[in-house]
Design a binder for this molecule. Structure first.
Ligand code: CTP
Length: 425
């Protein structure tokens, strides 16, 4: 059934103020191409939601009423477009000369059982919008040359945006796809929105029926990672618990009050770290997850890892088992102590510890980590130390001396070895 428009609304003006000109030009071009083939083409989903929120989205989703291959042929053969192979869900990446697009065949979905992946079938735009997660994500912009820029908003998503409400389109939405609850949580945090009444009832039903247990662990984990990446982990996880989702992550079923303080400190430390060491990559979700794992029992976290089919990186696991960090003592001992830690592990250690740790860890990361000994084994041999354990020991002692600030160059190294009786003039 076509979407009826009482008062067609053009959003071109609005789009012109926010979107790059090359996007708009290409949208016009693609709309013409589809029209020539008598197909409907629409811009859909988050990018329109973001437009009304005054933001520019990253994902540009197109929905085609027509055959994907037929639409792609002239684009690839005459206009230099590239395209990936369509997924089983009738979606593909379209690589234009200037922009990339996520192109999907307009489709309907049916779910063989709760939380399973859907079976999809070609359908029209009305059906495609109806299968979506939230009313705010069920808007489309018509790209047909005669109607270019007309907004299609059959569920009044714009009103939900104005009222800051996240509402589902039908009562099976979360049962079909419980990851939508986690998406909803992210949207609620990002855009400061509350669940609508139907969404709330559906979520409670999904939790009461244990539907999350039917969701594949890998799909769940992917959504959890997005959540753990959000900039304010304490607020995100507090809302996660308030929505009754605590069982899905370690330590959150009955959270220790110290966890909240540590999360707060962790996000402050992360900001500072990223500012001070911009060239050192930091995975914020791995840091938050380590903190959660620290506050859980070994059995609990192993159970989650197994369910997610996730095997933690060895260095991350080492850091987790080394927590809480011990104040390391002298500068050389501190350097030796911190050397195996990942940046995520160091930050978690600091979030759990006190200022003494912070000073030594920062000193290690900023200065000691980059120090290179002014001598090597070959030079020590030239100086008369024979190859073997004594030479290894001398290098180790020199390293400590450098970390302690006792030597800075070859000359000082030579002098230091002499005073320690390791070299004889
Ligand atoms: N969608 C859905 N159910 C899901 C995932 C996605 O209905 N489980 C639909 C929504 O209409 C969504 C669109 O697919 O708007 C595109 O999904 P995605 O790119 O993952 O999210 P966006 O809404 O674009 O949001 P973001 O800004 O986080 O990318």
């Amino acid at each position: 059934m076509p979407i009826h428009l009482a008062h067609p609304l053009s959003i071109v003006d609005k789009a012109q103020t926010l979107w790059p000109a090359s996007r708009l030009h290409e949208l016009q071009f693609l709309g013409q191409q589809a029209a020539q083939l008598d197909m409907g083409l629409y811009l859909v989903g988050g990018v329109l939601r973001d437009l009304f929120l005054g933001r520019v989205g990253l994902d540009w989703d197109l929905a085609l009423e027509g055959d994907l291959q037929e639409f792609l042929e002239p684009l690839q053969n005459q206009y230099g477009y590239g395209a990936e192979k369509p997924s089983p869900f009738l979606t593909l990446r379209l690589l234009g000369p200037e922009n990339h697009w996520d192109l999907a065949r307009c489709r309907g979905e049916c779910y063989p059982q709760p939380a399973a992946l859907p079976r999809v079938y070609p359908a029209d735009l009305t059906t495609d919008l109806r299968r979506r997660d939230f009313r705010i994500n069920a808007m489309a912009m018509d790209l047909h040359p005669d109607r270019f820029g007309t907004l299609l908003d059959p569920y009044d998503g714009r009103r939900d945006l104005a009222d800051q409400i996240l509402e589902v389109l039908h009562h099976r939405s979360f049962q079909d796809d419980p990851t939508r609850i986690l998406r909803g949580l992210r949207f609620s945090l990002r855009f400061d929105m509350d669940l609508g009444p139907l969404a709330k009832t559906c979520m409670d039903q999904v939790l009461a029926d244990g539907i999350f247990a039917m969701l594949s662990g890998t799909r769940l984990f992917r959504e959890l990672q997005y959540l753990l990446q959000l900039p304010q982990p304490r607020q995100s996880l507090e809302r996660f618990c308030a929505w009754g989702l605590g069982l899905l992550l370690p330590a959150l079923h009955a959270p220790d009050p110290r966890l909240w303080q540590a999360l707060e400190r962790l996000s402050i430390l992360q900001h500072r770290w990223q500012k001070d060491f911009p060239q050192d990559p930091l995975s914020s979700w791995l840091a938050v997850l380590m903190l959660l794992c620290f506050f859980s029992t070994p059995e609990e976290r192993e159970r989650h890892w197994q369910h997610w089919q996730w095997s933690p990186p060895a260095a991350w696991r080492r850091d987790l088992f080394a927590l809480p960090a011990a104040p390391p003592g002298s500068a050389a001992r501190a350097a030796r102590y911190w050397r195996p830690w990942t940046p995520e592990g160091i930050l978690v250690a600091l979030a759990l510890g006190d200022e003494r740790l912070s000073n030594s860890a920062r000193h290690y990361w900023k200065i000691q980590r980059r120090m290179r000994l002014p001598v090597d084994g070959k030079i020590l041999q030239d100086w008369g130390i024979p190859p073997g354990p004594a030479l290894g020991k001398a290098l180790e002692m020199l390293q400590d001396a450098q970390w302690n600030g006792e030597i800075h160059d070859q000359h000082e190294a030579y002098h230091w070895l002499t005073t320690k009786g390791l070299l004889h003039r």
